[in-house]
Design a protein around this ligand. Sequence first.
Ligand code: SAH
Length: 351
Amino acid sequence: MDLSSRSKILSWLREEDSAKLELFYDAANRFRKKQVGDEVHLRGLIEFSNHCVCSCTYCGLRVENRDLERYRMTPEEILSSARNAKSAGYGTVVLQSGDDPRTTTDWMSNVIRNIRTETGLAVTLSVGERTREDLAAWREAGAERYLLRFETSNKALFNRIHPRRPGQGRDRFEVLRDLRNLGYEVGSGVMIGIPGQTYEDLAQDIDLFRELDLDMIGVGPWISHPRAPLANMPCASKQDQVSNNEEMVYKVLALTRLVCPLTNIPATTGLATINRDSGRELGLDRGANVLMPNCTPLRFRRLYEIYPAKVCMDETEDACQSAMRDRVEAMGRTIGVGPGPSRNREARIRN
Ligand code: SAH
């Protein structure tokens, strides 16, 4: 499939013929099988703090949301969740939080070291725009992967949804470069259907995935949060505004797989939230090869409300995890064993 130019990406984003889309998804699925095989890697997600100093207009954790009860798990609680992830058979934990300055360099290093020593799990961080010194210290402490979505490559739109804090915060592309130089596996991604996001913008995002040679790419629908003002912001014109519907997410997943053959791509919680019954399966069928079961203790999980009605809020951890395994196996796919590193990175090192 020729996706060498942005205009070809664009025309698939605009495609509405369902028969053509079925063939397109099929091609992406076969390509996924050929490039990364049938394994589905499971990453245990630990949402360890919902404190945040940012004002992102899309996110329920934004500092202005005073209705949200805030929490920060203790290092012992985080370690205990990591132990659960290990017993569930996962090879990796993803430590995610708001941009929380109280998780200092040393605090985080200590958490990472404990998890590495006690469980041997691979550690992925998703903790926002931190300084190069923090990133270096945490790499040193044993974190190997980092996720930071650039959300949209349209600078004006990004600035609108992510107001800059005076003298703080960092350009996300600069952070991604630091991460690469420090030897992390680098993950990024975007939200789909942000008010004001055009098809051109999204095609540029996907082109950029290719250019940045990312190890992990997470994409999901923008979901409106009642305590976040983005829903009231202006949309692009009717013919240009990208929808945040399910179909659009599948188009982006398939395109992402086709332009980034070896990348690890999750079927995200956001996708599962807009289609509880089969979002994850359909995502895995259309390019994805990773799932991120939630390992946050239930009492905290309901407070990590980046958007409302997230899936797996009321299930017990065990039920959530075994359901995922069963579903993967029912699809004829296998569960990945071990940390499931980036094949992209392996190829980069070989060349
Ligand atoms: N503070 C970290 C982690 C944030 S949550 C950071 O900013 O990187 C991780 C991702 O959730 C964000 O990158 C964003 O893409 C997504 N997200 C947040 N609010 C959302 C919403 N309302 N709808 C869809 N995705 C959202």
